[in-house]
Ligand binder design. Structure first.
Ligand code: F6P
Length: 335
């Protein structure tokens, strides 16, 4: 019987629990043993784990966060942490490690492969949706729904005061969240990596002021701003707008609200499908077309389960497509 280890790593994402449940139930029905490691890769290094059974994964699919806890693990960036993790896997006679997380978590699989011969499988989970090898990452659907309902509320108060509002959304270094919620909320402007760079911020600002001047008299004006983008941060943009006597601009940073909450049905289903697929890769029902010691990631593309080498996933960026950005040009600050 195979011994499977599973952990969740990096920023938690709603749906991680559904993936843990799917892996555990599928593993048990394949006759495997399943062990959950706590606090991301730290749990491997410190051998902090528990055996997962049906009871451990009952009543968890509806919960945000992760029952296995999560962490970013700086120790995995250096050789000694990686060696400790590999030694723990050997000592505990683990055959397969499944990691549920974002790109930092997948990098961990890549470095572990150099020191451990077992099978390594990744499952894409991050609210940012910034991984190739899949259309959507687990957690993205819930995050955009959460952000959308928050911004709908901001719209009410913005309308009541005929006010300009900047809402900063997460997404790390891409605009998947910004574009989706910008369009879903009917925001007047989306400022994101795909239409705003360090070189054209002054141009974007000028267009924005102009758009506010022409549209503001109709009521509220909502600006969706991607985090980590505007020089000096969202507050700097707010200050620059408020320097104009006729603009009264408020700022709301949505922050970690976007990471919590009950997963959407879409995330629960995606996480379940990918958890089951990960176990199918292990028992050979899905062929990975790679050597067993090559780390792979399971994702869903156009409705089909796709297995991609982790190296390829890490080498390919997934920005919001320029075609999409062009098509929705009239939604952007620059018009
Ligand atoms: O990757 C998920 C994410 O929430 C990003 O959107 C954000 O930039 C980052 O994590 C925040 O990380 P932390 O919770 O460590 O501040």
């Amino acid at each position: 019987t195979k011994r499977i280890a599973v952990l969740t790593s990096g920023g938690d994402a709603p749906g991680m629990n559904s993936a843990i449940r799917a892996i555990t139930l599928s593993a048990l029905s394949s006759g495997f043993q399943c062990f959950g490691f706590f606090h991301g890769y730290n749990g491997l290094i410190n051998q902090e784990y528990t055996e997962l059974n049906t009871d451990s994964v009952t009543d968890i699919t509806q919960l945000g966060g992760t029952i296995l806890k999560s962490a970013r693990c700086p120790a995995m960036l250096g050789p000694s942490g990686v060696l400790q993790a590999a030694n723990a896997l050997r000592k505990l006679h683990i055959d397969v490690l499944i990691v549920i997380g974002g790109d930092g978590s997948l990098k961990g699989l890549q470095v572990l492969a150099e020191h451990w011969q077992g099978q390594l499988v990744g499952i894409p989970a991050t609210i940012d949706n910034d991984l190739s090898g899949c259309d959507n990452t687990i957690g993205f659907s819930t995050a955009i729904n959460t952000a959308t309902s928050a911004i709908d509320k901001i719209r009410d108060t913005a309308n009541a005061f005929e006010r300009v509002f900047i809402t900063e959304v997460m997404g790390r270094h891409n605009g998947h969240i910004a574009y989706h919620v910008g369009i879903a909320t009917g925001a007047e402007a989306i400022i994101s990596f795909e239409n705003c760079t360090a070189e054209n911020t002054s141009q974007v600002l000028a267009h924005l002021k102009n758009a506010i001047k022409h549209q503001h008299q109709h009521g509220s004006f909502l600006i969706i701003l991607a985090e980590n983008l505007w020089p000096g941060g969202a507050q700097a943009l707010q200050t620059e707008l408020n320097n104009n006597a006729d603009i009264n601009c408020a700022l709301c940073v949505l922050g970690h609200i976007q990471r919590g909450g009950a997963p959407s049905v879409e995330d629960r289903m995606l996480a379940t499908e990918l958890g089951v697929a990960a176990v199918e890769v292990i028992n050979g029902n899905i062929k990975a077309n790679t050597d067993v010691a090559t780390p792979v990631m399971v994702g869903k593309i156009h409705g089909a389960i796709v297995v991609t080498e982790v190296e390829k996933v890490l080498n390919m960026e997934k920005p919001v497509s320029q075609e999409w950005v062009q098509r929705y040009q009239h939604y952007l600050a620059e018009r």
